[in-house]
Design a protein around this ligand. Sequence first.
Ligand code: GDP
Ligand code: K
Ligand code: MG
Length: 268
Amino acid sequence: MATIALAGNPNSGKTTVFNILTGSSQRVGNWPGVTVDRKSGTYKKEKVTTIQDLPGIYSLSPYTPEEIVSRDYLINDNPDAVLNIVDATNLERNLYLTLQILETDVPVVIGLNMMDALKRENREIDIEKLSYGLGVKVAPMTATKGKGVFQALELAKKEKQSEDKLTYDARLETSLAEIDEILGDAIPLRARKWYSIKVFEGDKEIWESLKLSNSQEKEIKEIISITEKIFQEDAESIIINERYALIGQLVHLAVTDSSGSDIRFNMS
Ligand code: GDP
Ligand code: K
Ligand code: MG
């Protein structure tokens, strides 16, 4: 038995992909929140594989019901792999979630969807460069035409890699490694980087759930405060800025824009 989860931003095409893979007819729609609970189905080409359609989210924070469902599933339910559906016409925004999924160490394949719309906008994404920059396989798709969907799922089924592939600024990585060491057995073997980042950011829910000793808390708070002084920023901003810096590099590496538009980045 294998389970592949479909994760991505709202309207990236997850349900369209789910319907193709399972042969079902869940409601597809150009509005957010159609899937608030996760829905599972059987892969129609191979009955031992289960496909999970997760709610659309922009972040793995616990601020919305969709984020809570998706985050709990990715952290606690150990899917065999995630097929991250990415809207190619909104690459920067979609990659913000991709980086957070990669932080959880789950095996990931990117289903780069809406390739038809990207082409219509006279923009191109170099699949090999994006794949190289992220350290994961990228499968181009046009889900509404059924193009590339099964190929993407087959890649996800084979994906077993789950080691830490993301590298942020060396000074941040050092602090995260120190936090990881102090956390020790308090966090599971998987998703260690994600936990270290959450602790570094001061995620209240995670801090409370870990039940750390006073000395652990003290040591970690010292690391956070030293790192904030080095970066001259608060911990949460450090993480956000590091993610966007990496996304900026990836987009610079992989995107060719011949649309005539002057606006290359719109991160806000
Ligand atoms: P979800 O919110 O991620 O589940 O996305 P849906 O599957 O509901 O799709 C959102 C909208 O995008 C729908 O109107 C789909 O028909 C449309 N859509 C999905 N895939 C593609 C694609 O490859 N190309 C284009 N042009 N539209 C797509
Ligand atoms: K939708
Ligand atoms: Mg949906």
